[in-house]
Ligand binder design. Structure first.
Ligand code: BES
Ligand code: MN
Ligand code: MN
Length: 455
């Protein structure tokens, strides 16, 4: 007897896992310029896979930066059309010494698959591909129309996508986006993504004397750029976590007590949380619960800080330069350009004497909120309830996905998060992994989702 789609997935589990391993072996880091060829190779891998499962109009499309991969299956005339989104680029691997196994040599260890990109997002974007394969192979058709849209520049802020999406409105037109770059609350507790934070980022170059100085001969008479950058960064954030940049909170809308209460239904075990992170205690803005500080409140975080001598031993130097990379997470109603302007003004008034600061703006994207009455959200909720045996929590997640805002602004469509990653899977960190439980439940859930959306 022919397989059902779910039986097909079970019968092809090992081959699919082998394919995912092959996909994860491609070091498709979008940030380092020298990896661009590997991002292109990952695009080819994805396009080839989509071709094999029976998707049509498969195309690797140029963007001016890292490419996107498009494919579709549009033979369900009276059914809605969904755009399935994910990204095949990954974060850099440094500090590479902290990996227990090489980042691009995937390992299946107990209940997990370990590799850069395992959860964010290669493992997750592979789930709908397998689900579509299973449906096409066993039924010869799909319950809905599907367009695949996978990008290779999410982890650097999707710089070329505003122009690309605007130029391909018709190609990408759909009823809603199904976003495979999302997650669940735990291995046994599902979650519906109801919002993502926005982001804006910048870099500072702080320059003092025009060459490195002997710190004995000159220390005491000349401003040290490393001290200056530390003072400047310290002036931006109070020691309790409140942001001190004038105007930073101006447009932030406070949630009503009822909204806060609704989001507070999610259990939060502080001891488990601190133990998993290896910290003694938590930190952050007074007046807000830890989960609020990572979802409904904006932040400012130093991502990198460097300068001076960091080799072995001592070198008594007063360095000529210091540098940092900083990003802010934004909440609904905050405008990234306005926040960057406030930071620029803050720097102008808080730069210590004796140094010059260059401010370089990075990408910016506003927060994204999913309307709670989307019909697809109810379908996703029902599918997760069936797969996990309990109702999902509604969760606003602290990360950012620039293209979700673009889809809503440019295509006028909303994105339903349908991913199976967990926040403890070390995304962006050494030893990233994907729980095999999420990988297995996710395949099954994607088949059910497509079936229910077409019912
Ligand atoms: N998948 C994440 C975003 C995410 C994280 C969603 C946690 C839900 C929960 C995505 O790949 C990501 O890391 N985005 C970047 C975007 C940035 C570089 C513009 C981020 O949030 O830092
Ligand atoms: Mn991601
Ligand atoms: Mn990411």
């Amino acid at each position: 007897m022919a397989d059902t789609p779910q039986a097909y997935l079970a019968h092809h589990r090992q081959r699919h896992l082998d394919e995912l391993v092959e996909f994860l072996r491609i070091p498709s880091m979008s940030a380092p310029a020298e990896s661009a060829g590997e991002v292109a190779r990952a695009a080819e891998w994805v396009a080839n896979k989509l071709q094999h499962i029976g998707a049509e109009h498969v195309a690797i499309m140029p963007t001016g930066g890292h490419p996107v991969v498009y494919a579709d299956w549009l033979h369900a005339p009276d059914k809605p059309t969904y755009l399935i989104y994910g990204h095949f680029d990954v974060q850099p691997v440094d500090p590479v010494d902290l990996w227990h196994t090489p980042p691009f040599e995937p390992q299946i260890l107990d209940d997990r698959i370990v590799a850069r990109g395992a959860t964010d997002d290669k493992g997750n974007m592979f789930l709908p591909i397998m689900a579509v394969e299973a449906l096409l192979a066993t039924t010869g058709r799909l319950p809905v129309n599907v367009k695949f849209f996978f990008e290779g520049q999410e982890e650097i802020g999707s710089p070329q996508l505003p122009a690309f999406v605007a130029a391909h409105r018709e190609l990408l037109a759909c009823d809603a986006v199904l976003n495979a770059d999302s997650g669940q609350y735990s291995e046994t507790e599902p979650a519906i993504l109801v919002g993502l934070r926005g982001i804006c980022s910048f870099e500072l170059d702080v320059v003092g004397p025009d060459h490195d100085l002997h710190s004995g001969s000159f220390g005491g008479a000349v401003q040290n750029p490393l001290h200056a950058i530390v003072m400047l960064l310290d002036s931006m954030r109070a020691h309790d976590g409140r942001i001190l940049v004038e105007g930073f909170y101006d447009d932030v809308v406070e949630l009503t007590p009822a909204e806060r209460q609704a989001l507070a239904r999610v259990p939060f075990d502080e001891d488990k949380y601190t133990a998993e992170l290896g910290v003694d205690e938590l930190f952050g803005e007074p007046g807000y619960a830890p989960w609020e500080r990572t979802s409904i409140r904006p932040t400012l975080e130093i991502n990198g800080l460097w300068g001076g001598f960091i080799g072995d031993g001592e070198k008594t130097v007063l360095p000529s330069e210091a540098h940092c990379k900083v990003s802010c997470r934004l909440v609904p109603n905050q405008d990234p350009d306005k926040v960057l302007a406030a930071i620029r003004a803050h720097i102008a008034t808080h730069t210590p004497p004796g140094v010059r600061v260059t401010f370089r703006e990075g990408h910016g994207t506003p927060a994204y909120v999913v309307p709670s009455d989307l019909p697809e959200l109810a379908v996703a909720r029902a599918v997760l309830t069936e797969v996990y045996g309990r109702e999902p929590y509604d969760i606003r997640m602290g990360g950012s996905i620039p293209v979700t805002t673009l889809f809503s602004q440019v295509l006028g469509v909303h994105s339903i998060g349908f991913g199976f990653g967990l926040e403890n899977e070390r995304g962006h960190s050494p030893n990233e992994f994907f729980h095999l439980s999420g990988y297995n439940q996710g395949q099954r859930a994607w088949v059910l989702l497509l079936e229910r959306l077409g019912a």
